[in-house]
Write a protein that binds this ligand. Structure first.
Ligand SMILES: [Zn+2]
Length: 188
């Protein structure tokens, strides 16, 4: 398994980390204004991701009375999609091949401004050259991590805590930890 990664994130934070200029924070600085975030899966994501996507996003449910993810297809009426899970093409500056070569698995990007909110939409981009070879369980872990970013969580600052928002911990975790849950409850 590849060891070098930051499945991040927003650009500003990525480059800040790269240059060491930003103090890490638990939160990006914004959050969703509604109680339910509806997600959809883009046509360019293969069916091997269907279960990992559902499990990765819904792993965040039940942590707060305020925020939860629902697949828009589970709703019987037409429902606008807030967050798309999609295969990365060229949205964030580099090509998929270039991000893949840098060891990235994906990005979770709340919009329009991750640092202020409120969030109105978001995207989870998968770098499929790196995620396709993963087991179903590890695909889910990547998506769970990115889904945490979309809710407004940054990479955790606390190296001693177990967190799905810590790239060093994610491969051993199947759900958000107590630490992550408390961050969601605190935010929402
Ligand atoms: Zn990340």
């Amino acid at each position: 398994m590849k060891k070098k990664f930051l499945f991040v994130l927003n650009f500003a934070l990525f480059f800040s980390i790269g240059f060491g200029t930003l103090t890490y924070a638990e939160y990006f600085g914004g959050k969703w204004h509604q109680r339910v975030v509806y997600y959809g899966v883009s046509y360019n994501v293969s069916s091997t991701y269907t279960t990992p996507i559902d499990n990765g996003l819904k792993a965040w449910n039940g942590l707060s009375n305020y925020i939860s993810y629902k697949n828009f297809k589970d709703i019987g009426i037409s429902q606008p999609v807030d967050v798309w899970v999609r295969s990365y093409t060229n949205e964030l500056g580099l090509t998929a091949a270039e991000w893949a070569a840098r060891g990235f698995y994906g990005f979770g990007v709340p919009s329009p401004d991750d640092t202020t909110g409120p969030y109105d939409w978001g995207n989870i981009y998968l770098i499929r050259a790196n995620t396709d070879p993963l087991s179903s369980t590890n695909k889910k872990r990547v998506i769970m991590h990115e889904a945490g970013h979309v809710l407004g969580l940054a990479h955790t600052t606390k190296a001693f805590t177990s967190s799905v928002m810590d790239e060093g911990d994610i491969w051993g975790l199947d759900s958000p930890t107590t630490y992550d849950k408390n961050n969601i409850i605190g935010l929402y």
